[in-house]
Design a protein around this ligand. Sequence first.
Ligand SMILES: *[C@@H]1O[C@H](CO)[C@@H](O)[C@H](O)[C@H]1NC(C)=O
Ligand SMILES: *[C@@H]1O[C@H](CO)[C@@H](O)[C@H](O)[C@H]1NC(C)=O
Length: 468
Amino acid sequence: MGRRWGLLVGVLGAVWLLGSGQGGRQPAESAAQRCFCQVSGYLDDCTCDVETIDRFNNYRLFPRLQNLLESDYFRYYKVNLKRPCPFWNDISQCGRRDCAVKPCQSDEVPDGIKSVSYKYSEEANSLIEECEQAERLGAVDESLSEETQKAVLQWTKHDDSSDNFCEADDIQSPDAEYVDLLLNPERYTGYKGPDAWKIWNVIYEENCFKPQTIKRPLNPLASGQGKSEENTFYSWLEGLCVEKRAFYRLISGLHASINVHLSARYLLQDTWLEKKWGHNVTEFQQRFDGILTKGEGPRRLKNLYFLYLIELRALSKVVPFFERPDFQLFTGNKIQDAENKMLLLEILHEIKSFPLHFDENSFFAGDKKEANKLKEDFRLHFRNISRIMDCVGCLKCRLWGKLQTQGLGTALKILFSEKLIANMPESGPSYEFHLTRQEIVSLFNAFGRISTSVKELENFRKLLQNIH
Ligand SMILES: *[C@@H]1O[C@H](CO)[C@@H](O)[C@H](O)[C@H]1NC(C)=O
Ligand SMILES: *[C@@H]1O[C@H](CO)[C@@H](O)[C@H](O)[C@H]1NC(C)=O
């Protein structure tokens, strides 16, 4: 009902504008309304409203999170951008300058990070190094102290991949390199059109539990897409169980978030004097305006908020892991590391205080056997999506695509980990649950991206209000 009404208001507004020409006084919000009027109030599938999220994110969380992400621990991400695409081989490597990723020189990255790509405390480190050496020598059984042997077992368990939603890069590979995320920001690269559509197309078409016969309205600007096709798609989506619908909404939210960034950091000026990146309202409208996208845009924005809530909930749930006294954001700089941990905990407690958390218990709740099968399906589909990122032609986009899917995968791992569920509720920290440094870095950076998107929506709302 609300949706129809919003669309109707939008249509009427547009007709009115067309009729009134340039001269007359025009309603202040019409352009803004066409993107945002349906994006307010309660979100489907959860009990939270958009305005509460906006206030919470833009004023309380966003500034502190930005601070944290600028620290050494979070700015260096190790990634293998040279993995072959497992699904097809005609990848058009886009040669654009803006697609290039500049990896770190080996002396740029703090030693503390390099030596401990998946460990998180000093003690654990030295123990692990001992273990690794022992493993290489093939001497795990006899020559190690009992304590070390236990640790070996413990760490092997941590590698237990059954919890993982992502196919992680092999970061020990010689092809994996550290990238400074601050020097390689996610922004408009010119990678769009058919190549980019192909990726999203595969993600949506083959991986979203969707029968072949139902088409999602892919590029709403293309001609030949009838109204009935859309209706079929959305009534199919409504009919799904909450988990499968959630899967679609997460992917759509990620897609929306990435497009918000590209519109907010559009290459506006490219002369020999300077390059200027900034907001491109037209680009934003093309992706999110209710009329231009035939109703898709506002849905995408709602899905962005849904994604936000899912990651927010995961962060609030994993607090005890970060509260463990032996947990460090280890870079080797003791003072800085301690300060960063304090900031991290401050942020996490702020997140925990958010009053309207998503209830993940509504997921996979039914019959145990069925729920487990569904969860496994969910996991396999998501892993597939993380592999598709190796097929993205633009390296800059591949970097951020990998980081954000790994971050979301880590959030899902947290939400659905049996270990965490069994051990965490107020009974103190669980020592069975583990996150690698890569997972931690991607989790917070991915959330930082969505938090930035929500903040950017406020900017676009203001910009749109000035248009008509
Ligand atoms: C903004 O984006 C549109 C495409 O959506 C493009 O045609 C236009 O040139 C861009 N504006 C600037 C200033 O780059
Ligand atoms: C994984 O993706 C490939 C390529 O799109 C597809 O052929 C395969 O069926 C997918 N598997 C799952 C479980 O989604």
